[in-house]
Write a protein that binds this ligand. Structure first.
Ligand code: SF4
Length: 320
C-alpha cells in the first residue's frame, strides 16, 4: 500500500478486512511502499514519512497483527531495489507502456510531470515487491489484475532465461463491497469525501450529517430511492439485515426521514470505528513499540528477500 494519506473506510472494507483474514490462512507480507509514493510525488516528498507512520498505525488498529504477519516499510528492504534493477534488464519497454494505468494516470494527473522512468517503471517495482518473496498469491482488486499479469509474465521470462526461481503469483480476488464517499463518488482522500479510520465521534457525526441523500427527497413526506443514496449504500456494507430492510422500506414509503436513517448509520459506524480508534490511540501513544514492530518486520522481510536474491544472483551469473 502506498503511503499517500490516512486510511479510510474504503480501505477497511476494500483491503484491510481481507488482509486480516488472510493472516489465518497464509504467511503474509504487508509492505508500506514508500518508494512507490515517490513515483507520483517526487517533487514534494515532505509528507511521505508522516504517512508511513499513519498507515502503520491504521493497519495495526484494523487488525494486522505483527505476531502473525510481516509488516514492513519497502525502503528498509534494499532487495526490492536490486531486484527491480535486475528485472529491468529483461523487461521490454513496451510491456510497461501498455499497462492501462500508465496512460490513464498521465491523463488524470496533468498537474504533475509523470514522464519519468520511475513512473513508467512502477509496475516493474511492484513486480519486484512481489517476486522478492517468491509470493504464491497477492490480494488485489480488479484494477490491479493487469499489473499482476505483467508480474507473472516477468516471472515466466526470468525462469525461462535463468532457471526456475519464481512461482507465478495468483490473484486473490475478493469481491469488495461498493462503498461510496459521502458525496456518492468513489471514496477518496483527494475528493474530500472520506470517513477516516482515525476520525473521532464529532468528525463522524458532521460527515454523516453532511452526507448526500436522494436529491429528489426534498421533504420528509416525499418517498425516496435508496438505491441512489450513499447513506443507504453505507448501511448495506455495515448495518445488519434488519436495519437495511428498515431503511429500504422506510425510504421508499416515506416512513422514515433522512435524519432517522443517518442517526442509525452514525451509531453503527461509531460502533465499528470505536474499537479501531481505541487500538490506534494505544499504538500511537507508544512510539517505541511501533518502531520495534517496523524494525522486526523489516528484519524478517530482509531475511526472506535475501534468500530469493541469492537464487536470482546465481541464476544471472552475478557475484564471485
Ligand atoms: S431515507 Fe435514508 S436511504 Fe432514503 S434518501 Fe434518506 S438517507 Fe437516503
Amino acid at each position: 500500500m502506498r503511503p499517500t494519506g490516512p486510511l479510510h473506510l474504503g480501505h477497511l472494507v476494500g483491503a484491510l478486512h481481507n488482509w486480516a483474514a488472510l493472516q489465518d490462512t497464509h504467511d503474509c507480507f504487508f509492505a508500506i511502499v514508500d518508494w512507490h509514493a515517490l513515483t507520483t510525488d517526487y517533487a514534494d516528498p515532505s509528507a511521505i514519512r508522516g504517512y508511513v507512520r499513519e498507515v502503520a498505525l491504521d493497519w495495526l488498529a484494523a487488525g494486522i497483527d505483527p505476531d502473525r504477519a510481516v509488516l514492513f516499510v519497502q525502503s528498509e528492504v534494499k532487495a526490492h531495489a536490486e531486484l527491480h534493477l535486475l528485472l529491468s534488464m529483461i523487461v521490454p519497454v513496451p510491456w510497461l507502456e501498455r499497462v492501462p494505468t500508465y496512460k490513464e494516470q498521465q491523463e488524470q494527473l496533468r498537474d504533475r510531470d509523470l514522464n519519468t522512468y520511475g513512473f513508467l517503471g512502477y509496475p516493474l517495482l511492484q513486480a519486484a515487491d512481489i517476486l522478492a518473496y517468491r509470493a504464491q498469491a497477492v490480494p488485489v482488486g480488479d484494477d490491479q489484475v493487469p499489473h499482476l499479469e505483467l508480474c507473472r509474465e516477468i516471472a515466466r521470462r526470468f525462469n525461462h532465461l535463468f532457471g526456475e526461481v519464481f512461482p507465478e503469483p495468483q490473484a486473490l480476488l475478493t469481491a469488495a463491497p461498493r462503498l461510496p464517499g459521502t458525496d456518492g463518488r468513489k471514496m477518496s482522500k483527494s475528493y474530500g469525501n472520506a470517513i477516516f479510520l482515525g476520525d473521532d465521534a464529532a468528525a463522524i457525526r458532521s460527515k454523516i450529517d453532511a452526507m448526500l441523500t436522494d436529491p429528489q427527497r426534498t421533504h420528509r413526506h416525499i418517498p425516496g430511492n435508496p438505491e441512489i443514496c450513499p447513506v443507504f449504500a453505507t448501511h448495506k456494507v455495515f448495518s445488519d439485515s434488519e436495519t437495511i430492510a428498515w431503511a429500504d422500506d422506510g425510504c421508499r414509503t416515506a416512513g422514515i426521514g433522512c435524519r432517522d436513517c443517518k442517526a442509525r448509520l452514525r451509531d453503527r459506524l461509531g460502533a465499528v470505528l470505536a474499537p479501531i480508534a481505541e487500538r490506534r490511540r494505544a499504538f500511537a501513544a507508544d512510539p517505541v513499540r511501533l518502531e520495534m514492530i517496523l524494525d522486526r518486520g523489516a528484519e524478517r522481510a530482509r531475511e526472506a528477500a535475501e534468500g530469493t536474491m541469492r537464487l536470482v544472483r546465481a541464476g544471472m551469473g552475478l557475484g564471485r
